[in-house]
Design a protein around this ligand. Sequence first.
Ligand SMILES: [Zn+2]
Length: 552
Amino acid sequence: MWATVASVRVSSRGGGAVCTGCSSVGGMRPLSAAAPLPGLRPGSRASNAGGAERAGRCPGPRASNARARQVARGVRPPRIEYVELRALSRLAAPAVAALLALTTGCTGETVQGRPGASGLRDPYFPRAGNGGYQVDHYALDLDYDPADGQLHGTAVITARAEQALSSFNLDFSGLDVEGVTVQGEGARYNRTGTELTVRPAEDLEKGEVFRTRVDYSGKPKALADPDGAKEGWVTTKDGAVAVGEPVGSMTWFPGNHHPSDKAAYDITLTVPRGYEAVSNGELRSRTGDADGRTVFAWHSPEPMASYLATAAVGPYKVTTGRTASGIGLYSAVAPGEEAATTGPLARLPEMVDWSAGRFGPYPFATAGAIVVPAGTLTYALETQGRPVYSGAPEDEELVVHELAHQWFGDSVSPKSWKDIWLNEGFATYAEWLWAEDHGGPTAQQHFEAFLAGDTDVDKDAGVDWDAFPPASPPGPEEITAAPVYYRGAMVLHRIRQEVGDEKFFALVRGWAADHRHGNASTAEFTAYAEKRTGQDLKKVWDVWLYGKARPK
Ligand SMILES: [Zn+2]
């Protein structure tokens, strides 16, 4: 992330409003009796396409998965399960009990599952993410009409149970849940704050790969931070864009919204004719549907942290191309932001190849940019493969910064939000390296400028980069504050000073290669740096990374 308004980056953004929301979420409550009980359909067993079978147990009624593919095309088939639920609820309690006994009528082996945790105890966002499973793949079918702001969505989440589960949680904010199935069977669900608790008809076994489908709709809303910054589903004059750092993605799809759970994505966006719909990865197809709308199918095979997922809808001008080394480019620019095509962003192809020279092979199949109307956001975000810029970027450093995140943040993602200096320190240091290689100040000059507060060399050199050690932001509102960026970059430069250029750049490339498409923590980085360079760097860590005092 890189704030386009300097003061935002220098102070802090993110977290506040989200935290308030999170803290208001209570513990897991018993599932309400009023929670929908879809799927109780006597004698309506359909095939369980693609789902793992549960040997030795009674298969329950299965809903047809074929319906999944129809829904996001806008033709929303009747949800028979839920209609029948309402019919059920009119029966007297004993009758319901008898019917339940008949329909589930299974007295055989049962799995003794327990609830998955409702948060991953992230140091700053304890409610973010959920325990008990890891997601392999998200298939999001989203139908969005900018005219009325309505989103109809279907999320099919394929995950692996890491424990026997009686229930599990998804993070989801706003929007109405219309129904949940697990393995094609109707599941109970309950919502408390931003937690959507799902209780499958049958417990899930440890190691079981299971598919959860959530149908939902409504008018998605952005989350507002105290400083005015927005994240989540943000509307524009004639469209919308989704940005999710740190937890805004829960405003447009249910998921395991913590960077430690990365997954592949297929995001299909259906929009009115005349609109473009841009997301992460490669555009697999662009087709018209029967209602004259356009369906964009985006595919991201590489693991992605959910905060890096995006969807942008608007009357964008799309350009495609390739870098000299052959990396595909796909960029979308909002009307009025045409300066993007001649400004710093015009150097993106060159920057991609330069970055690959510095950091190792580009981690994804395509690169590019999404330029939303100026004023939409107060920052740019490194959404995977295709960063979002609010207005045409005016600084080369900004474009280099978001591009560097593709290696540091997107491919190598933080294990927790406490590790975010590994994102921002590297991305800031990339700015210094770009300047060094293109006739600007050297990284050493940048480092000295910050030590001295010399704003002639770098206009940001006067910020309070010494306010706290970058590996220990005092709270969630500081995870994007100045020390995370500038002192993070200074930590990297201190390593370079200690080990020399050859070892330093081998370390940088090795770090990106060895953790490619994974997650890593600060402790893993410091151990890796010492092992890779063969040098004791304790002094650097103690003073620059963890030390409270201003380093000299
Ligand atoms: Zn950044």
